[in-house]
Design a protein around this ligand. Structure first.
Ligand code: 4AD
Ligand code: MG
Length: 430
């Protein structure tokens, strides 16, 4: 007998096969029991007819609890009425473990309960769909850069200094010293792009976000390209090409999962480069016209981003932020000196920022001044300053937040479902 995965049943119609999996759900008409079996690649209904199996097996099939681990054998039959179009006419049933008290039943559970049982919650159809889209998104990001000649460079997790402000640093003991969990691999990518031209890193990043919002995790994944001889304009073009590419990939490969998530794909089909661009100054005017009390000079909060992003039906870039609301490494615009050559990409449908990036300060004296102005410890940045001493060139890059992007693509209300084991202000278990 051949062991197969449920994803492949259509190639085995009429054959006797065996599937190793778990009982997802069951129902019965009395004479026929229907066992919904999942194996990670899909689900299939096993039909257990009275008189077609032994009385023991018939009874067993109607007594097993949800998530019992089982091995089922039988003949695959195409049946338009069956969920997925195929069913298994069961001939034998082997119970690996019988379960009677699985905590997550198909009924509704509260978020706190589900979060505390995240290790089991992952088995639900909806979570499976999200995880599969996530994996495809990761692959698409990698393919995008690999196919364009970028070299993958892994950035360290233990770091000596802040990149994105000192208020969200996680400090960890490092033998007799302290280190910080990385907030971004950017500074290391700047070093690497001076060696290799076009590079990217893709790894976990950490921020001690002290507020509870639907957009913040304390551990999240970022994909960060960095390109030598690139300016703000080239950087925004790279960002939009990436977003278009990954959205097309998900539409091509993960439609079934988007269906399970009840994601209306029309807004995703509309995503096209070039993205609309709006300067920070114009965005502020737009917000004020909409009745917001937002004042020039600060960074957008979630409500401002939502207001702006509701005005577009596809992703868009906001560029030239005031210097005061962006990080020390941003290159200032020579013309105004009040703005920096940075941008954010905001997703539509109220999702807000998914990418932050821009052109980097490449002048040694300016950068030394910024480090002092931001109150950052100069010693920790000496290596970074070397990059401006030895062959400094204009360069730019950005960071795409994997979970924010996934939340938008899947139309999820909260980031907690975008990552297998979310880390939040009040959550480090399981
Ligand atoms: O805008 P950010 O802070 O930019 C940087 O870290 C740059 N150093 C990146 C670079 O230029 N190489 O973060 C980039 C993206 C945001 O747009 C957002 O998508 C995501 O990272 N992000 C978060 N995602 C989840 N939880 C958080 N707490 C996040 N903070 C940022
Ligand atoms: Mg940002």
């Amino acid at each position: 007998m051949t062991d197969i995965e449920i994803a492949d049943v259509s190639q085995h119609v009429g054959e006797e096969i065996r599937i190793k999996g778990w009982l997802y759900n069951r129902r019965s008409s009395g004479k026929v029991h229907f066992m919904l079996v999942r194996d990670g690649t899909g689900t299939i209904q096993a039909v257990v007819g009275k008189g077609e199996v032994s009385p023991e097996v018939f009874e067993l099939a109607d007594s097993l609890g949800q998530e019992s681990s089982i091995v089922v054998s039988g003949v695959v039959r195409a049946d338009a009425r069956a969920p997925g179009g195929y069913e298994l006419v069961l001939s034998s049933l082997e119970v690996v473990q019988s379960v009677s008290d699985y905590p997550i039943s198909p009924k509704e559970h509260g978020v706190a309960f589900l979060m505390a049982h995240r290790h089991l919650w992952l088995r639900s159809r909806r979570q499976l769909a999200i995880l599969k889209v996530r994996a495809e998104l990761v692959r698409a990001c990698r393919d995008f850069f690999d196919d364009r000649g970028f070299v993958l460079i892994d950035a360290p997790i233990f770091t000596p200094a802040a990149v994105e402000g000192t208020t969200t640093l996680f400090e960890v003991g490092y033998f007799n010293d302290t280190a910080f969990l990385t907030q971004s691999g950017q500074l290391y990518m700047e070093a690497a792009c001076m060696a290799l031209g076009k590079v990217y890193c893709f790894g976990p990043t950490f921020r001690a976000e002290k507020s509870k919002t639907r957009r913040h995790l304390t551990e999240f994944w970022m994909i960060e390209p960095e390109v030598a001889y690139c300016d703000l304009e080239g950087d925004m073009r790279l960002a939009e090409e990436l977003v278009v590419y990954v959205v097309e990939r998900i539409l091509e490969k993960r439609r079934e999962e988007l269906d399970i998530l009840e994601r209306d794909t029309a807004p995703l089909e509309r995503v096209r480069a070039p993205f609309p661009r709006i300067s920070y100054d114009d965005a502020v005017k737009r917000l004020q016209e909409e009745g917001s009390e937002f004042t020039w000079g600060s960074d957008f909060g979630a409500p401002d981003e939502t207001l702006l992003s509701n005005q577009y039906d596809q992703p868009f870039h906001v560029h030239h932020f005031p210097v005061g609301c962006k990080a020390f490494y941003m290159k200032r615009d020579e013309e105004t000196s009040k703005h920096c050559r940075g941008f954010d990409t905001l997703a539509p449908e109220g999702y807000g920022e998914i990418i932050g990036g821009g052109q980097r300060e490449d002048n040694l004296e300016n950068l030394e001044r910024r480090i002092a102005e931001h109150g950052l410890p100069r010693e920790a940045f000496e290596w970074y300053l070397d990059l401006r001493r030895y062959g400094s060139v204009p360069h730019a890059g950005f960071g795409l937040g994997l979970e924010r992007t996934l939340a938008w693509i899947c139309n999820l209300p909260h980031l907690r479902e975008t990552i297998p084991f979310p880390r939040l202000l009040d959550t480090v278990y399981p």
